[in-house]
Design a protein around this ligand. Sequence first.
Ligand code: 7TS
Length: 412
Amino acid sequence: MSDNGTAYDVAKVRADFPLIENLAKGAKPLVYLDSAASTQKPRIVVEALSDFYLKDYANIHRGVHFLSQKATDAYEKARETARRFVNAREAAECIFVRNATEGVNLVASSYAKSRLKPGANIVLTTMEHHANIVPWQMALEGTGAELRVVPIDSRGVLDVEAFGKLVDENTVIAAFSYVSNVLGTVNPVKKLTAIAHDKGAKVLVDAAQAAPHRKIDVADIGCDFLVLSGHKIYGPTGIGLLYAKREILEKMPPYQGGGDMILTVSFEKTTYKGIPDRFEAGTPHIAGAVGMAAAMDYMERIGLANIEAHEAALLSRCREKLAPIPGLKEIGTAPGKAAVFSFTLEGVHPHDIGTFLDADNIAIRAGHHCAEPLMKFLKIPGTARASFGMYNTAEEVDKLATALEKIVKFFA
Ligand code: 7TS
């Protein structure tokens, strides 16, 4: 049921996505099951971008002229929308970045690097995407500080007790995904944050795979930092969000230098603006911010709880239909997992699964999903992954099952 009491109407939702609608009606109807890589865009987001470029566009924060003022207002309104979307206390705690990856890099470089000394540590988990591993390794390099990794079990459930032991008084930051892009595991982020805070460590939540599926509430989680990508929440590419608490941001040095982030510049001394401008050097992706805000508005209108419920139903159907397929193994069986379904087929390489499904017009992703350490732990080269969005249907799940049955027969 939707927020206003009517049933979730997936046909109506699909009608909002021209690419999904057009391809589904074509001679080779496409089944798009790769939303964890990137979601398709509703018309309203594309129109927000084109309207902005066609009607309101100018550079921001610099012009006294009317159009620049209008563009600045649109950009700052988008920041307020982002604030509401993640439930931050104030818009200044929301920094526009290129994507989740840039958000992590900003924190690793501006917050963590200077605090990493011999004896200090950073805590990650086995299930992290490379975006939440490599920036920390780069920050750690040459500091003498250590990287600690929290184990998971064979279902893909994080070992919370081990987390509590690995995080200690010398932990600079504990960084973990809210939802795993491979396993679909939903981590208990509020609990983990409380444990880390008890030891005096700061927390970064990688919400890149959570934001498409559930309400993000930084006030409730209590985390210090949170990152997400616009293109995974039905918004444009090239724009993302870093949320950080004001009191922490205010003590962080700029990440990049340049125009728009300074108060005064002389060759002797340069002073910086306050937050959030200090972290947005140069001309930002103004239209991207406007487009991402349109996507956030759209998701809220459909209802985050409705999206979550619809996708949970798709996941149950997927499990039910795929479980009887001989040789098929679901990778990631954590209770309450999100609508990300990784699997292997005995005797068939994940890339071959992807190619065969593509021939049947089903788009999934195959490979290590930028989580090589997780693949090493699972002792597999990769998985095939079907991931669901608000526009997917039960019939599409059935088509996936039928196509997989064909593959199994082919290799039998
Ligand atoms: N964190 C997680 C958990 C992710 O799944 C991804 C991208 C990122 C961070 C990085 O996002 P970006 O927008 O900065 O690139 N994950 C995937 C995926 O699973 N398939 O393609 C991209």
